[in-house]
Design a protein around this ligand. Structure first.
Ligand SMILES: [Zn+2]
Length: 177
């Protein structure tokens, strides 16, 4: 069994056919010197391209594998959350459902420490630690509301920023500052 894909075999065949044709032309002895040099250059180029394609193929295979592994991890996390939801709605209730979540965090050591920043505040912990956090609120806390490129930690801080912002509805507010 070959470990090459159909596309890779086709490509390898194509390279060897073109290379063979050039080689036959060069060895026939009936091509002028200048053409001979061009053809040898072309052969080098083909060999170089074939090498480059092999390198890219191998890098591509590694990336694909990493991507598949990540996909599986993500998939299993969703399935565990679904199991937690089933436990909550149809099984032994919310407390038992949370054990599914806890088990998923326990193994890799992901239970948040009480002492770490926002370790006892669910929303702020999420806001601070999500992969792409919003800009920090003007009060210094992590944000979950995004408006005009600024982040806000709460409705109160969002509304106070809106109140002083210039807008068609209150155009003079910008000068009141
Ligand atoms: Zn704030």
């Amino acid at each position: 069994m070959t470990d090459k894909t159909v596309a890779e075999v086709d490509r390898a065949d194509m390279v060897s056919i073109v290379r063979g044709e050039i080689l036959a032309e060069v060895s026939s002895g009936n091509c002028p010197f200048a053409q001979h040099v061009l053809l040898v250059d072309a052969m080098y180029a083909i060999d170089h391209q074939a090498e480059r394609i092999a390198t890219l193929d191998s890098e591509n295979a590694k990336l694909k594998k990493a991507y598949q592994e990540l996909g599986k991890m993500f998939h299993d996390q969703i399935v565990a959350q679904q199991a937690a939801w089933i436990e909550w709605q149809h099984g032994q209730g919310a407390e038992a459902g949370m054990r599914w979540i806890e088990n998923g965090l326990c193994g890799p050591g992901h239970i948040p420490e009480e002492g770490e920043p926002y370790g006892t505040e669910a929303q702020a912990y999420f806001d601070a630690n999500q992969s792409d956090p919003f800009p920090t609120c003007h009060c210094g806390r992590p944000s979950n509301i995004l408006w005009m490129g600024k982040g806000f930690c709460s409705d109160a801080h969002y509304r106070s920023a809106q109140a002083v912002a210039p807008s068609p509805a209150n155009p003079d507010k910008s000068e009141a500052q």
